[in-house]
Write a protein that binds this ligand. Structure first.
Ligand SMILES: Nc1nc2c(ncn2[C@@H]2O[C@H](COP(=O)(O)OP(=O)(O)OP(=O)(O)O)[C@@H](O)[C@H]2O)c(=O)[nH]1
Ligand SMILES: [Mg+2]
Length: 247
């Protein structure tokens, strides 16, 4: 329910292309590449352009080899590993993304802490999943266009998360390796059926990392929008509850 806002209705989806956005995006770039942010670092804006930052925890979910680590690298604008090295534990990556709210015209920095846990490590160590689930704001469910089993497993993964005792969270499905269309194992009809069954958008990614903005903007804007919408719904619900209690 919280994620059913139409794309572009809350956040200006092509704002990163505008001249006005340059000052903000320059803070996440260095020599035309994305800047890497450590846990305690953040983009520094001049005082006249002070921007609020909103923080979210995002878990990347999917079978081994589907491209979770590659997706985290892509979203942060760093190099994608060419070969598959199984992630042995939990790795976190900070991604900052400025976005403009359509209604108020206000600019916010979305700080997304991406949690990437190797699928085999997740099975092996029972305590990993609870820490990944704790206070999670969004889950990216990944499948690979070249691996039908990863697609077939998605419904189980989504159901498992939906049934687990986690608060409301944004769900986005991401199809990786879309560039390897010659080896594509998942049809457009499969994708449409999934979107229809779960009422969830499926985003497609793949190929080389470009200038770091154009290829990730659709996913980051969509995610930021759904997270912001989820917060607004929660704030409205708690306001309503307080009003009811005061009566
Ligand atoms: N061509 C192409 N290769 C990709 C893409 N995404 C991931 N890969 C490759 O797929 C392989 C596996 O990706 P990883 O990101 O390491 O997989 P993972 O999901 O993190 O796997 P585990 O850590 O074992 O759970 C790597 O060799 C990546 O280079 C993509 O979009 N296109
Ligand atoms: Mg990995």
């Amino acid at each position: 329910m919280a994620q059913t806002c139409p794309p572009g209705s809350i956040i200006v989806s092509d704002w990163h292309l505008s001249k006005e956005s340059k000052e903000y995006f320059n803070k996440i770039l260095h020599k035309k590449r994305r800047r890497k942010f450590g846990l305690l670092e953040s983009p520094a804006m001049p005082p006249h352009l002070a921007v609020d930052t909103v923080h979210y925890k995002v878990f990347i979910c999917g079978r081994s080899g589907v491209g979770k680590t590659a997706l985290a690298a892509r979203l942060a604008g760093t190099n994608i590993p060419n070969t598959h090295y199984e992630t042995k534990g939990i790795e976190t990556t900070m991604v900052y993304w400025p976005a403009k709210l359509r209604g108020s015209g206000k600019v916010l920095f979305f700080c997304l802490q991406l949690w990437d846990c190797g699928e085999n490590a997740l099975r092996r160590f029972d305590h990993f999943l609870p820490s990944c689930q704790e206070q999670v704001d969004a889950v990216l469910f990944l499948f690979s266009f070249t691996d039908k089993t990863s697609f077939d497993d998605l419904s189980n993964q989504i159901a498992r998360w939906t049934d687990s005792p986690v608060g409301p969270f944004v769900k986005v499905v991401v199809g990786t390796k879309f560039d390897l269309f010659m080896h594509c194992d998942v049809t457009e009809r499969d994708v449409r059926n999934l979107e229809h069954t779960w009422s969830l958008p499926v985003l497609r990614l793949g190929g080389e990392v470009g200038d770091g903005l154009a290829d990730v903007a659709p996913l980051l804007n969509r995610l930021a929008e759904a997270l912001w919408h989820q917060d607004c719904v929660a704030a409205a619900a708690s306001g309503l509850q307080q009003e009811t209690e005061a009566l």
